[in-house]
Design a protein around this ligand. Structure first.
Ligand code: GLN
Length: 475
C-alpha cells in the first residue's frame, strides 16, 4: 500500500484498523516531498522534524484514546500566508522571508485540536496576488501534471502538493479564485467557502472583503472533512458566523434545478472545455435534473470591478510592511522615510508594487469617488444578479477557468492576460458566495475543472451535488 496515495477518509480507516501508524503516513509524505519537490517546488518550508515528532505523539494518543476525528494523524500542507505558531510565514515575499509567527491562525488551532499534522508550508504568489505561482520570491511552482506548466495560483503550492501526493490535503486562500483556479489546473478539488464561513484570523490579509480560507483535496469527501474542521464563528474575526454543520442532505438528482449562466459560455472559453461541460450537463439532464439557462448580466463588469476593489484593499493591508516590523529591513538612508522606501522597494516584487500603486491611486481624493465608490455599486449589481438566479435554481454550473494550465513564462509579462484567467472565479468573491471546483475531464492530458456555485452558506448542497457528479463521471 502506498500510504501517501490514500484519500483522507481511506487513511482514517487504515489508522482505525491499525494497518499503519500516523508516523508511517507522515513519513511516506515526507519521502514523497524528498523525491519530488526539488522539481515541483510546492513547499517553501518543510516541517520534517516537527511532523515526525507530532506523529509520534498522536500515535500515542490514538493508542490510549482511540480515533475520534477524521483528521487525527493526517498529514496536511498549509499555504504560507496562514500562520502556524513558531513557524516561518513568508507569504511568498522577500519582505517576510525572515518572519516567524508568534501565534496560530484560528484554522490552524482547529486543525491542531483535530489532531492533524503539518508537513510544510506551501508556495504562493507573493501575498496571494497572481494566477500562476510565478510571483513568488521562492521561485515558481511547477504543475505536477506537466512540469513545463503553471499549477495556477495563488495557492499553486497547495494544489501541487495535493496533486503530487506530498500530503493528503491542504489549505489555500481564495480572494478571486486562488483555490479554485489551481484546483482546476492541477485536477484536484478545491472549495472557497461563503464569506464568513471560515475565520480569517491569522490569514495574512490581501483584500479583506474578499479573502476566505478553504480546503484542497483529492476527493469531494476530503474537502468536506477539512471544511467541517475549520469552519465556524470566531471571536477574533467579527465577519465570521455560526452556520449549519456539514451533513448529508440526501439530495435527489431529479429534484435538482441547475442553472447555466449564459455569460460564462462565451468567446475565450476553450472549445474542448465547452464541449466537455455541455456533455456533462446533458448527462445530468438525462439523470433527471432540471437544467435552466440563467443570466448574470453584470458578469462582464466583474473583472474590472475586482481590479479596483482588490488593489484598494491591498494597498491598505500591505502598508504594515514598512521595514520596521516583521523582520526584513534596509537600514539605509537619511531618515525613517528612507527606511520605509528602501525596505519596500527591495522587499516587494513587481506585482505587489503594481497593485499597491494602483490601489493608492484609486483611494486618493477625487479618484475614490470616480472609481472605488462606483466599483462598490457595481459589486452590489453583481451580487443581485446571483440572488435573482438563486430564486430559480439550486446551483450554478460553469467552467472554473477558460483554458487548461498555461506554460510557465507565457503570461508573466502580460498582466491583463494573466488577470483574464480568473474571469469565472472573481464574480463569486465579489458576491461572497461559496463555490467548488472539481476535476471533470482532461484535454491533451491536462485537467480542467467544473465550478459549482451555491447560495450563501449552502456548502452542504454544493458538496452533495459535487459528490453526485463525482459518481456520475466515474460511471
Ligand atoms: N488571481 C487573482 C489575483 O491575482 C486571485 C488571487 C487570489 O484569489 N488570492 O488577484
Amino acid at each position: 500500500m502506498i500510504l501517501n496515495n490514500l484519500t483522507i477518509l481511506e487513511a482514517h480507516q487504515g489508522l482505525k484498523k491499525k494497518e499503519f501508524s500516523s508516523e508511517d503516513l507522515v513519513r511516506s509524505c515526507l519521502d514523497e516531498i524528498k523525491k519530488q519537490d526539488k522539481k515541483i517546488n510546492a513547499f517553501i518550508t518543510v516541517l520534517e522534524k516537527e511532523a515526525i515528532e507530532r506523529a509520534k505523539t498522536i500515535d500515542k494518543q490514538i493508542a490510549s484514546n482511540g480515533l475520534n476525528n477524521f483528521l487525527t494523524g493526517i498529514p496536511l500542507a498549509i499555504k504560507d500566508n496562514i500562520l502556524i505558531q513558531d513557524v516561518r510565514a513568508t507569504a511568498g515575499s522577500k519582505i517576510l522571508s525572515e518572519y516567524c509567527s508568534p501565534y496560530d491562525a484560528t484554522v490552524i488551532k482547529k486543525l491542531k485540536d483535530a489532531g492533524a499534522i503539518f508537513v510544510g508550508k506551501t508556495n504562493l504568489d507573493e501575498f496571494a496576488m497572481g494566477s500562476s505561482t510565478e510571483n513568488s520570491f521562492f521561485g515558481p511552482t511547477k504543475n505536477p501534471r506537466d512540469l513545463e506548466r503553471v499549477p495556477g495560483g495563488s495557492s499553486g503550492g497547495s494544489a501541487a502538493a495535493v496533486t503530487a501526493k506530498m500530503c493528503l490535503g491542504a489549505l489555500g486562500s481564495d480572494t478571486g479564485g486562488s483555490i479554485r483556479q489551481p484546483a482546476s489546473f492541477c485536477g484536484v478539488v478545491g472549495l472557497k467557502p461563503t464569506y464568513g464561513k471560515v475565520s480569517r484570523f491569522g490569514l495574512m490579509a490581501m483584500a479583506s472583503s474578499l479573502d476566505q480560507i478553504g480546503p484542497i483535496g483529492n476527493s469531494v469527501d476530503d474537502v468536506a472533512v477539512l471544511l467541517d474542521a475549520i469552519e465556524g464563528k470566531d471571536n477574533f474575526d467579527s465577519t465570521s458566523v455560526e452556520t449549519p454543520k456539514i451533513e448529508n442532505l440526501k439530495l435527489k438528482i431529479e429534484n435538482l434545478r441547475i442553472g447555466i449562466p449564459k455569460e460564462y459560455f462565451i468567446k475565450g472559453l476553450d472549445s474542448q472545455i465547452k464541449k466537455n461541460i455541455d456533455h456533462l450537463i446533458k448527462k445530468l439532464k438525462d439523470e433527471g435534473a432540471e437544467i435552466k439557462e440563467v443570466s448574470l448580466p453584470h458578469t462582464k463588469e466583474a473583472l474590472a470591478c475586482y481590479y479596483i476593489i482588490m488593489p484598494a484593499e491591498v494597498s491598505a493591508n500591505l502598508s504594515r510592511y514598512d521595514g520596521i516590523r516583521y523582520g526584513y529591513s534596509i537600514q539605509e538612508g537619511k531618515n525613517l522615510l528612507d527606511v520605509y522606501l528602501n525596505s519596500r522597494t527591495q522587499g516587494f516584487g513587481d506585482e505587489s508594487k503594481r497593485r499597491i500603486i494602483l490601489g493608492t491611486y484609486i483611494l486618493s481624493k477625487g479618484y475614490y469617488e470616480a472609481y472605488y465608490l462606483k466599483a462598490q455599486k457595481v459589486r452590489t449589481l453583481i451580487k443581485n444578479d446571483f440572488q435573482e438566479a438563486f430564486k430559480k435554481v439550486d446551483c450554478l454550473l460553469t467552467p472554473t477557468t477558460p483554458t487548461t494550465a498555461f506554460k510557465i513564462g507565457e503570461k508573466i509579462d502580460d498582466p491583463l492576460n494573466m488577470y483574464l484567467s480568473d474571469i469565472y472565479t472573481v464574480p463569486v468573491n465579489l458576491a461572497g458566495l461559496p463555490a467548488l471546483s472539481m476535476p471533470v475531464g482532461k484535454i491533451d492530458k491536462l485537467p480542467f475543472g467544473l465550478q459549482i456555485i451555491g447560495n450563501y452558506f449552502e456548502e452542504n448542497k454544493i458538496l452533495e451535488i459535487a459528490k453526485t457528479i463525482e459518481k456520475l463521471i466515474s460511471k
